[in-house]
Design a protein around this ligand. Sequence first.
Ligand code: GSH
Length: 351
Amino acid sequence: MAAMSTTGPYGAGDADGAGNAAYGRKPFKRSRSHFADRVTADGRDGWPVEAGRYRLVVSRACPWAGRALISWRLLGLEDAISLAVTDPIQDDRSWRFTLDPGGRDPVLAIRYLSEAYDARESGYPGGVSVPALVDVPTKRLVTNDYQRLTLDFATEWRALHRDGAPDLYPRALREETDEVMEGVYRDVNNGVYRAGFATTQEEYEDAFRAVFRRLATVSERLAGRRYLMGDSITEADIRLFTTLVRFDAVYHGHFKCNAYKLAEDPVLWAYARDLYQTPGFGDTVDFDHIKRHYYQVHTGVNPTGIVPLGPDLSGWLAPHRRQELGGRPFGDGTPPGPPPAGEEIPAAGRP
Ligand SMILES: N[C@@H](CCC(=O)N[C@@H](CS)C(=O)NCC(=O)O)C(=O)O
């Protein structure tokens, strides 16, 4: 159960912290997850796959947590792993359970996610980030390694997947999937943050160019095929989607990624709508949480904290016609059912 160093391939430094930790003169660098234990079928890190034992803590605002939410829904892990949703607005103690009665998570009986981090390692100096997987009996954080978490959901948790769960990380495609995800991570998922939190013109321009170069590449790739890896949804689509769904609402304005809007790229816009309208994707997305989080928390970028009223979200529900490309969204499997009771997105967060 060793903790990892906070430095790694993505460099040292803060992620978006409480929104402002990334400021200063240093270029924006995302910190690597500090707690990297894995929950596995054989339990080799001390954390075996087990129904009812772990709680997934997310913010619906956060793209990294969004990945975990979508995998959890697509794979049908709702009965095996319970869900805690934080307030989209952090305070000085970070993520909090103010949406729950009495301001406490009903299962872990804690007010702040930091309590689970503290229970795991006292005095841990790093940020408190979502997604987080918490061991319910001991209320200790198990992992905040979002890159690994969804891959483990797809592979290690198989025994607890629903009937008809898709294979989100097919063995035969792993090398190519990893390569696609690496580029998407660097230039798109994290690229928008590098642009948004840049502290020099040059840094911003580099990040901006990388974002739109990569979007052009994936747009080309998706022109003739339904999903990034071909006929069926994989982890790569989940990862691209979580950035695309935030693009026009947040990254275009707030992070200055404004060469064009997602809605101005016919291929990517139809692809994103296709996914949004697929069970397990759009039903995890709360645009209200997304907008309030970014615009209110990042006071360095948006000092007034004013949340824009636009854009018009109704287009997310418009026909996308991507079925004409063929494909089998769930491969040999089937779509998931509706979200569990109590996890439906309120009207304020939907188009
Ligand atoms: N910080 C994580 C990624 C997840 C992440 O950045 N989540 C954000 C929300 S979108 C968060 O919780 N930030 C608070 C913090 O890192 O202190 C990492 O890079 O390992």
